[in-house]
Ligand binder design. Structure first.
Ligand code: TYD
Length: 227
């Protein structure tokens, strides 16, 4: 008898600047997909596995900042290798859907376009670290950085300092927004820019509609897991 393998799950990444509401939207999409009977794995970068979380602490505390953007790129890649190997790839193989808060486009935007790491080098490091773990869909939540930084500030406890990237100047965050728009233009099949200024429930509905159109409405892609 031929063994039946589960269909590979879908890999969806959420990207954008600071305070755009990724974690809220990920939680809402996760609940939406679970109501369809799907297994959903929610994760984040940098981090997602114990080893990658160790690197997260080093990166966000600013410990690595003085080594420069290329060294930061290398450490984000090291964390990503472990994350893919231990968590993302096994989940996709068993048919789970993976929702990841930031992934390779953050490296492209923060360290590449904004940090000035040579694009060819960026490309090699990315290709070597992610292999075939390319997202099926990337949702870029778009918000004016003035508003995003304000939201991030409100979210922090009063005694908590902004992390290494939040603490960058406004010009950095404005350039970041342009970088994400450039990425979306370069990869129109994979990326969707979502206006994150709307109320939470409206943004969630827009995202659910994208997901329905992309993965459930098309006969070719239709997955009836409840059957
Ligand atoms: P986090 O607290 O998760 O921020 P946010 O809620 O905005 O997602 O911190 C992650 C920070 O790391 C964020 O400022 C973006 C930055 N980052 C990079 O610079 N490069 C990367 O490759 C990744 C994954 C994140």
């Amino acid at each position: 008898m031929t063994p039946s393998f589960p269909e590979r799950g879908r890999f969806i990444t959420f990207e954008g600047g600071e305070g755009v509401g990724k974690s809220t939207q990920i939680a809402l999409l996760s609940a939406y997909l679970q109501r369809r009977g799907l297994e959903v794995v929610v994760t984040r970068e940098p981090g997602g596995t114990p080893k990658a979380e160790t690197l997260r602490r080093a990166l966000l505390s600013g410990l690595v900042k003085s080594f420069g953007p290329l060294a930061e790129t290398a450490l984000f890649a090291a964390a990503r290798i472990d994350h893919i190997e231990k968590l993302i790839a096994p989940a996709l193989r068993r048919g789970a859907w993976v929702l990841c808060d930031r992934f390779m486009d953050s490296t492209r935007a923060y360290q590449g376009e904004n940090g000035g790491v040579n694009p060819q080098l960026m490309h090699w490091i990315e290709a070597a670290s992610i292999g075939e773990a390319i997202p099926d869909l990337t949702l870029i939540l778009d918000l004016d950085p003035h508003e995003g930084l304000l939201r991030a500030h409100r979210r922090r406890q009063t005694n908590e300092a902004p992390d290494r990237f939040e603490a960058e100047a406004l010009s950095f965050h404005l350039a970041l927004r342009r970088a994400f728009h450039d990425i979306a233009r370069e990869h129109p099949q994979r990326c969707r820019v979502v206006d994150a200024t709307a109320p939470v429930a409206d943004v969630a509905r827009i995202i659910q509609n994208y997901i329905d159109d992309r993965f459930f409405n098309d006969d070719k892609n239709f997955i009836n897991r409840e059957a």
